[in-house]
Ligand binder design. Structure first.
Ligand SMILES: NC(=O)c1ccc[n+]([C@@H]2O[C@H](COP(=O)([O-])OP(=O)(O)OC[C@H]3O[C@@H](n4cnc5c(N)ncnc54)[C@H](O)[C@@H]3O)[C@@H](O)[C@H]2O)c1
Length: 262
């Protein structure tokens, strides 16, 4: 019966931040696998192309336009998705934001804006999903954390702190909800080539630097997160909860001993 292990046919899935590079890639990929989707983002401009792409993949998706920086909104987005899909098997928390500044330039408003989306909205979306999933016999929450949870970089102090919070929260939620069969895991990707990260790799010399320091010789693409999400969302990971999958082209595997030998 291993052929049904990764099956997502008919599963009800909410993706937050679905208009982003990673969220939209996941939406299409899960639609191709037969999932029924609710796709959330901050504006119709962001959500409409996702609806189109899902339709092209032969799938169906319900749009939810909402600003997750409003503390009251995250829970209601989850309850709306549950109502409109007639259930909620999987929540993918992909909405995220950043304001790159050195620590001495970060204002309290910057700090709150990043925490509001990356951590608070994810917290309250998960809180709302838990009873709905538990009542239905279980579910899977997949959080987009980041390698920055454990591996920092200049100008991302608040972002990195929120992602460390996401990884920590993944463990706490997993611990409290394990007996309800609500599994919670996260991805910790290194830099994926998207508009979100273009300021990091957009210039040639920076691109070359990333290619040099990454053992696999290149940055990742959003498609390269699909396999991990399908694994975590599906029964293939049925006895796994509270874990982080590092997806980093080998960056954290060890030092660059090749250049040492030279
Ligand atoms: N791109 C990378 O290299 C990378 C690496 C590690 C982790 N991540 C994480 O993966 C997730 C997706 O990243 P991405 O590259 O697709 O970024 P992205 O900017 O393309 O997508 C993020 C989405 O979140 C939405 N969003 C932001 N604030 C919102 C708000 N207040 N209300 C509703 N929606 C809001 C945005 O509109 C956007 O569509 C993020 O959580 C990010 O931190 C990205």
């Amino acid at each position: 019966m291993t052929d049904t292990l990764f099956d997502l046919e008919g599963r009800a899935v909410l993706i937050t931040g679905s208009g982003g590079a990673i969220g939209s890639t996941l939406a299409r990929a899960l639609a191709e696998r037969g999932a029924r989707l609710a796709v959330q983002d901050i504006s119709a401009d962001k959500v409409d192309p996702v609806l189109e792409s899902v339709a092209q993949a032969g799938g169906s998706a319900v749009p939810i336009v909402a600003d997750l920086s409003d503390p009251a909104v995250a829970g209601s987005v989850v309850r709306d998705a549950h109502a409109v899909l007639g259930g909620l098997d999987v929540l993918i928390n992909s909405a995220g934001t950043n304001r790159r500044k050195r620590i001495e330039e970060v204002s309290a408003e910057d700090f709150d804006a990043i925490v509001a989306v990356n951590l608070r909205a994810l917290y309250f979306a998960s809180q709302a999903a838990h009873p709905l999933m538990a009542d239905a016999g279980g579910g899977s929450i997949v959080n987009l954390s980041s390698l920055s949870a454990r591996f920092s970089f200049n100008t991302i102090s608040v972002y990195a702190a929120t992602k460390a919070g996401v990884t920590s929260l993944t463990r706490s939620c997993a611990r409290e909800w394990a007996r309800d069969r609500v599994r919670v895991n996260c991805l910790e990707p290194f830099v994926i080539k998207t508009e979100f990260t273009r300021p990091l790799w957009g210039e040639d010399h920076r691109q070359r630097w990333f290619d040099d320091v990454t053992p696999m010789g290149r940055l990742g693409s959003p498609d390269e997160l699909v396999g991990a999400v399908v694994f975590l969302a599906s029964d293939a990971s049925s006895w796994m909860t509270g874990q982080s999958l590092v997806i980093d082209g080998g960056l954290t595997a060890g030092a660059d001993w090749d250049s040492y030998a030279d």
